[in-house]
Design a protein around this ligand. Structure first.
Ligand SMILES: [Zn+2]
Length: 312
């Protein structure tokens, strides 16, 4: 469909994105809404890095090295926590913020997010609710000693509360009724949320038709009838706030016996927080835990990895 450049692991595109976020009073994430990734780097990137360095007491050589990375990331994280509404500010000494998920069937789970991540999910949730959609949760933070399974890898972003899962049965069951409707989108899924006039102030998105909605019986939706309704493109909303999706595990579409828990359509992670070639898995864990807490846990045993290189 789209042939736009995939800038998922492009360091310069991300530096440009970070600089623009720092300049934005609302910490708005510049993003290519088609791909969901960073737009291409601005042409004057070196001059802008130099200006950032000069303003932050660093050697103004225009080279984005480890010190510049550290200073820029710390500032962004600090700003994102400050931007949280007062009632969501982390209590002193706490590193997690709990966002309320919407109840679905008998479940009512929350999203415990790292404080510096919560602002982005909070904004996305507000946008979805204003359009009459719901965000039911299957959790976000994974306990350090949780066992590894088919759908649970050692280098999961859930260990550092940088990822969340939508309710895994709120979609892919019955696309004519589910609150979430999923379609195949290249190697990925695209998730739509069904919107209803649940409150007088809801502003419904226009009615659209979704072709080939997926379900457990028809994993690619090839034989499915289209569904019509007021749908909001949830994948695009999350992308707008820095969250990226991940593809289903290989085999999920071709072999109907592959564990449903590897579909991953429900999973989103704050990739705008990751600088290709710089951000590492253990660095992310250390933003939430101490070294002593991490010792001998499954994510720590997996070893360190660098975003855009071997941590994806
Ligand atoms: Zn997940």
């Amino acid at each position: 469909m789209s042939t736009a450049t995939n800038t998922r692991y492009d360091k310069n595109a991300r530096i440009g994105q970070w600089l623009q976020m720092l300049e934005s009073p609302t910490l708005a994430v510049p993003v290519d809404l088609v791909t969901g990734f960073a737009p291409v780097a601005p042409v004057d990137l070196t001059a802008r890095v130099r200006a950032f360095q000069a303003a932050n007491g660093l050697v103004a050589d225009g080279i984005f090295g480890r010190k510049t990375y550290g200073a820029m990331y710390a500032l962004l994280r600090q700003k994102s926590i400050a931007a949280l509404p007062l009632e969501l500010q982390p209590k002193s000494g706490k590193k997690l913020v709990i966002l309320n998920g919407d109840p679905y069937k008998d479940d009512n789970m929350n999203f415990p997010m790292r404080a510096d991540v919560a602002f982005f999910l909070h904004q996305a949730m507000q946008e979805v609710r204003a359009a009459g959609g719901i965000i039911p949760s299957a959790g976000s933070l994974r306990a350090l000693n949780a066992p590894l399974t088919a759908g649970r890898v050692a280098r999961s972003w859930h260990y550092f509360a940088g990822a969340f899962d939508l309710h895994t049965y709120a979609g892919f069951q019955d696309p004519t009724k589910d609150p979430l409707v999923i379609v195949v989108d290249g190697d990925f899924h695209r998730v739509y949320v069904r919107c209803t006039q649940s409150r007088p102030d809801v502003v419904l998105p226009p009615e659209i038709e979704l072709k080939n909605p997926c379900s457990q019986r028809d994993r690619t939706g090839a034989k499915a009838k289209p569904v019509r309704g007021h749908f909001l493109d949830l994948t695009a909303v999350f992308a707008k706030y820095g969250f990226a999706r991940i593809p289903p595990h290989s085999g999920f579409r071709t072999n109907p016996r592959t564990n449903y828990m590897t579909a991953e359509w429900w999973h989103f992670q704050l990739e705008v927080w990751m600088m290709p070639e710089f951000s590492t898995f253990i660095e992310q864990l250390l933003l939430l835990y101490t070294e002593a807490q991490l010792r001998n846990t499954p994510p720590m045993r997996a070893g360190d990895a660098v975003f855009g290189v071997d941590f994806r």
